[in-house]
Design a protein around this ligand. Structure first.
Ligand code: 5GP
Length: 119
């Protein structure tokens, strides 16, 4: 699937739409989900134009991959999620239920999250 530069997260990355920023570095932007599913629900994105995990895993540089995972851990610690634990979710494509076609990791925590996959 070709990258759609008009997707909502591309607009946030270009500062065309506001977000509640949680973290930023050269390769990564993270912001709070607009409809949080847990007390902490942060979306962690590579700044590069990657549609999903499949795309990212094939085309991203080692530096971008490392930056995404380093950032994820840092953001979790910044929000004290490392103490009680947390969950990272990546929806990929149709079966994964991905709605926004720019790769994003959901970092969720701050409460007991229950079963991993609902009925
Ligand atoms: P997906 O289903 O693609 O994995 O998740 C998309 C997520 O993006 C959803 O949790 C949704 O609430 C969030 N979202 C959609 N539009 C916006 C927006 O404009 N701003 C923010 N902060 N989150 C958004």
């Amino acid at each position: 699937m070709a990258y759609d530069s008009n997707n909502i997260f591309a607009k946030i990355l270009r500062n065309e739409i506001p977000c509640k920023k949680a973290y930023e570095d050269n390769h990564v932007l993270a912001f709070h989900d607009i409809a949080p599913k847990a007390p902490v629900h942060i979306l962690v994105l590579p700044k590069g134009a990657y549609t999903d995990m499949d795309d990212f895993s094939q085309r991203a540089s080692i530096e971008e991959i490392a930056a995404l995972f380093r950032a994820l851990g840092q953001i979790a610690r910044d929000h004290k999620l490392d103490q009680g634990g947390y969950r990272v979710i990546v929806n990929c494509g149709l079966n994964g239920g991905q709605e926004v076609p720019h790769l994003h990791l959901h970092l969720v925590g701050g409460a007991r999250l229950g079963r991993m996959i609902g009925p």
